[in-house]
Design a protein around this ligand. Structure first.
Ligand code: SF4
Length: 404
């Protein structure tokens, strides 16, 4: 079996570096105006060139999403932006619009094309069609079962296949939804989804108009249209048996903490599987770790059953046991201290957990000082402080704490 690729979202430079540090094989990013995520999840063209260079320096591939369904007025921007993407050295473009595929073929015929999940590829004939168009990889529709994915992989050995293994699910078919554009003038197709599916609604049955059914929302969201999040970590052998080449994590809008935890755990699981397939077992610790990031309960989605959306519920809610505390900027071995940037309010003596990229989790309640060595009783988000202790870990290491 070929080593499958672990593909991680990298919405900005910090997330890209976090993905590199914690073991991504490849990252996917957006560029302004052309991807399906809002601007907070996009890199400027200047950052893109630097990010590609850093990633390639570590042997990591970079795919750039231009997976919007373009209007006529978008085409000029695509024509203008494409040469810069190619110059930056991206390894592939993620596209969904046939018009953009045609444009890319004209402007940059040699660049690899990955067909976005937005294109809803659900069967082998569709795969062959895209193969004829020169597409190198297809990100299959999320609605397929593992059985269907395996059948497609067996019938199209020349096509690279990518599937989602972790992250938020959208209750619309492959994300095609007009709700946000209609309710909020912010289009999901342009990467601007405001998640109105999770708001509060009232249903009136025509025969009982005075008995409205209220779709309640708590401080997080309503539940009827809000799916649990996908998590296939427990089923990695079944996933890999399908023959797919790339395992994708959803979440370009998510935090660097999410990127660190998910990358670290899926990296460990993939390494364990590739090391000793026969003896592989899902480590319960991996699941516990994935429960420490924000999620809405986990589901296997459509992996084992067609048409299976699992709504989250008030009992499950948006669960998150830990939050980021800081990120290591410099490890000063000589003085046995770490310069960190604080990401949430910290109190002296609070128990912190360092997620070592290649190792376990180090617990510390180390002293905090400012740059002049004065002890601190507390620190706030954005502060740069020293944590004292003989801990050796690279810049970019994520530090977290329990949510009190
Ligand atoms: S509003 Fe909800 S269902 Fe529609 S695209 Fe956004 S997340 Fe998906």
């Amino acid at each position: 079996m070929r080593q499958p690729e672990l593909l991680i979202p990298a919405g900005n430079m910090e997330k890209l570096r976090t993905a590199l540090l914690y073991g991504a094989d490849a990252v996917y990013i957006g560029v302004p105006g052309l991807s399906l995520r809002a601007s907070s999840a996009e890199l400027s063209l200047n950052d893109l060139a630097a990010g590609v260079s850093e990633a390639h320096g570590k042997g990591v591939r970079v795919y750039t999403a231009i997976n919007t369904f373009a209007r006529n007025t978008d085409l000029a921007l695509v024509r203008q932006t494409l040469p810069a993407l190619i110059d930056a050295g991206v390894d592939a473009l993620i596209v969904s619009d046939p018009g953009l595929i045609r444009l890319v073929r004209q402007i940059a015929p040699s660049v690899s094309l990955h067909l976005s999940t937005q294109a809803n590829t659900t069967n082998i004939e569709a795969v062959r069609f895209w193969q004829d168009q020169g597409v190198r990889r297809i990100i299959l529709a999320r609605e397929l079962t593992l059985k269907e994915i395996g059948e497609i992989a067996a019938a199209a050995p020349g096509m690279e296949l990518e599937i989602f293994v972790h992250g938020a699910m959208c209750v619309s078919y492959s994300g095609r939804c007009y709700l946000s554009a209609w309710r909020n003038r912010k289009s999901a197709n342009e990467g601007d989804c405001t998640h109105p599916c999770r708001w509060e609604y009232v249903l009136h049955e025509s025969t009982r108009p005075d008995e409205p059914l209220i779709l309640e929302e708590d401080e997080q969201f309503s539940y009827l249209l809000s799916s649990k999040d996908l998590c296939l970590i427990e089923h990695l052998p079944d996933v890999l048996a399908t023959g797919v080449s790339s395992l994708k994590v959803e979440g370009r809008m998510k935090s660097p903490y999410y990127v660190a935890v998910v990358t670290r755990i899926y990296r460990q699981a993939l390494n364990a599987f590739m090391h000793e397939k026969e003896k592989y077992k899902c480590d319960p610790q991996w699941i516990e770790e994935l429960k420490k990031i924000s999620h809405r309960g986990y589901t296997t989605g459509f992996a084992f059953a067609e048409e299976k959306i699992q709504e989250t519920s008030p009992q499950i809610k948006n669960i998150q046991t830990h939050e980021p505390a800081g990120i290591v900027l410099i490890c000063d071995k000589a003085q046995k201290r770490l310069l960190i940037e604080v990401r949430n309010h910290l109190e002296a003596g609070e128990r912190l957990e360092m997620l070592l990229p290649e190792g376990g989790i180090v617990l510390t309640d180390a002293d905090m000082t400012d740059h002049e060595g004065n002890r601190l009783q507390q620190a706030n988000s954005g502060n740069r402080i020293y944590l004292h202790g003989d801990i050796e870990t690279p810049a970019g290491t994520m530090i977290r704490k329990m949510i009190s």
